[in-house]
Design a protein. Structure first.
Length: 245
């Protein structure tokens, strides 16, 4: 037991030291890291410890491996806010120097099944607009999202494909006079399904983030239910809490 704890402590120390060099700029994006043997000598630890440290960094998207070539520093993750903010997806990306793009995968009206009826507080088989999109940063897929909006809130949305490439919330507010009041979000790590792996250009079973969101209007009526899946190697999230005394 003590030996396991000692090994865990060692690989965490090595992992943090490598991360410090990445953050300080000693190891820059695209740089090749020293070999496992060189890292063993540098940190005076076993090869097993080095491998575990590198595996953890790879899982977190900090580094990536190329078969037969070595281990390299990954691009920095794209920051996104889950806090109350007026900044949409595009604005947040532009601020970080990325060019946003959106592909519409599906835009149609479907009958509400029992799950959608419960989330959106509509009757079973009531019409619901389904909007599925892939959103990109510099032509690299970042996340897949599918939104469901009760048809009566935005009856012409199915004909607004071009506008749906931008901010959905802004479109609902500007064109359909829907006053958005709050969102409730649940974030959890999952493994990419075959379909998600194809959408996001990652391997199947790669760690990704699943975000489930319910959006309410000023009358606390649910106006949108969405499920989004973000690449784990390219995404990091900021949550801001404001406390009153």
């Amino acid at each position: 037991m003590n030996q396991n704890k000692e090994q865990a402590s060692l690989y965490n120390i090595v992992k943090m030291k490598i991360m410090e060099k990445i953050k300080s700029g000693k190891y820059q994006v695209g740089d090749k890291l020293p070999t496992e043997m060189e890292l063993c000598e540098e940190y005076s630890v076993s090869r097993t410890t080095i491998r575990i440290a590198l595996q953890q960094l790879a899982l977190e998207g900090r580094i990536y491996r190329v078969q037969g070539k070595g281990t390299f520093v990954s691009k920095p993750k794209i920051q996104q806010s889950l806090s109350t903010t007026e900044k949409g997806f595009a604005s947040q990306l532009i601020e970080q120097g990325y060019k946003p793009k959106t592909d519409i995968i599906e835009l149609k009206v479907i009958p509400a099944d029992s799950t959608l009826a419960s989330h959106l507080q509509v009757n079973g088989n009531d019409p619901v607009t389904q909007l599925a999109r892939i959103r990109y940063a510099n032509d690299e897929p970042l996340f897949y999202a599918v939104s469901y909006i009760p048809w009566h809130f935005a009856p012409g949305l199915v004909n607004d494909e071009e506008s749906c490439k931008g901010s959905l919330f802004q479109l609902l507010q500007d064109k359909y006079n829907v006053k958005i009041h709050k969102t409730v979000e649940v974030l959890e790590p999952i493994l990419a399904s075959k379909q998600i792996s194809e959408y996001l250009s990652v391997s199947e079973d790669t760690p990704v983030f699943h975000l489930e969101t319910l959006t309410y209007d000023e009358n606390l009526k649910p106006i949108e239910f969405s499920e989004s899946v973000f690449r784990g190697d390219r995404s990091t999230f900021t949550i801001e809490r404001i406390y009153t005394v």
